[in-house]
Write a protein that binds this ligand. Structure first.
Ligand code: NAD
Length: 336
């Protein structure tokens, strides 16, 4: 895991969603460099909770990890944690993730993403926490035709409830910044992957099914284009935002340097596994966008951000990890 190695005092940082994929990796990196991490998560069953428990088991071995099993949608519970722990910064990553599930259960998104994020900003205001970094998403660009997506592009056409809640988070951040001067940055992540990755996302599902000899569902007949971003690059971007001296109201694309079609992505997985996939070609799904390609020049300029892991190396690392752990990973339930 990469991190910023400078002489510095340790900080106390509250991370929401530490049992989640990105929260787990960020918490690990901060603990490794000597910070105190206050973790919050309520282990929602959106995907097999055994994956969340596996991540949490690793984090809880560290004495500097203080954990609270609460929902961020409950303001009183959140308030108790903040009163007790007094964190300096909040990195808000907890959410109901997933574009497709937001068509089935939109209410889950209103609770975790909208009310939860409002609670985070409100508690920051009440307790004088100066900086809130929060997860937005490339999905705020909707079906924007201009590629690559840049922070200056319009984002008022979200084509899923998930995307609408993420856009709503950015607007809440603006309100809290302009009203109370809270320093905020919305991090628009582009398809993140890596070890302990989400079982509902393509790389996990494809690797699992190919190993198990099951067919894989390939939407838009594999013509979808994505910037895939290795988790270590995302963690480096968040660490740079934690360290940044001055911050007002900002939005940053955090993505990889390379973009690829789904079909080419599958070829890279097949190559590492040494096994061909059986593909179930399907049309585009409602809510999905045909392409999401990142322009990261703003993050590069302001945060010295650059993506260091190529898709080939990142996929190879994931596939090797999956094979080492296949006994328990193959037993995880398929996501909804
Ligand atoms: N992984 C990606 O490719 C990607 C891309 C764009 C944006 N994002 C955003 O980044 C953030 C982290 O994503 P992730 O991939 O780690 O997802 P994840 O689902 O693995 O992690 C989110 C965590 O939040 C927790 N959570 C949900 N509702 C909660 C609540 N009410 N109270 C407390 N905890 C709650 C879940 O239990 C889960 O552990 C999310 O906000 C997501 O929308 C992720």
């Amino acid at each position: 895991m990469s991190g910023i190695k400078t002489k510095r005092e340790s900080q106390k940082i509250l991370i929401t969603g530490t049992a989640g994929f990105i929260g787990y990796h960020l918490a690990s990196a901060l603990l490794e460099r000597g910070d105190i991490v206050v973790g919050v998560d309520n282990f929602t069953p959106y995907y097999d909770v055994r994956m969340k428990e596996a991540r949490h088991e690793i984090l809880k071995k560290n004495k500097s990890f203080h954990f609270y099993n609460i929902s961020i949608a409950n303001y009183k519970d959140l308030e108790k944690v903040i009163k007790k722990e007094k964190p300096e910064i909040i990195v808000h990553l907890a959410a109901q993730a997933g574009v497709r599930f937001s068509l089935k259960n939109p209410w889950a998104y209103a609770d975790a993403n909208f009310l939860g994020t409002l609670n985070i900003f409100e508690v920051a205001r009440q307790f004088g926490i100066k900086r809130v970094l929060y997860a937005s998403s490339s999905s705020v660009y909707g079906d924007n035709k201009k590629m690559p997506f840049s922070e200056d592009d319009r984002t008022d056409n979200p084509i899923s409830v998930y995307a609408a809640t993420k856009k709503g988070n950015e607007m809440l951040a603006y309100s809290y910044h302009s009203l109370y001067g809270i320093e905020t940055a919305g991090m628009r992540f582009f398809t993140v992957y890596g070890r302990y990755g989400r079982p509902d996302l393509a790389l996990f599902k494809f690797t699992k099914n190919i190993i198990a000899g099951k067919p894989i569902d390939v939407y838009n007949r594999g013509k979808m284009k994505r910037t895939f971003t290795h988790i270590s690059d995302i963690v480096s971007g968040i660490l740079a935002l934690i360290e940044k001296k001055k911050l007002k109201y900002e939005l940053y694309n955090l993505g990889g340097d390379e973009s690829t079609t789904l079909l080419d992505f599958i070829k890279i997985i097949e190559l590492r596994l040494g096994k061909k996939a059986t593909m179930n070609m399907l049309p585009m799904q409602a809510g999905d966008v045909p392409a999401a390609v990142a322009d990261t020049s703003k993050a590069c300029c302001d945060l010295n951000y650059s993506s260091r892991v190529s898709i080939e190396d990142g996929v190879a690392d994931f596939v090797d990890w999956f094979i080492e752990n296949k006994k328990w990973l193959l037993r995880l339930k398929d996501p909804k």
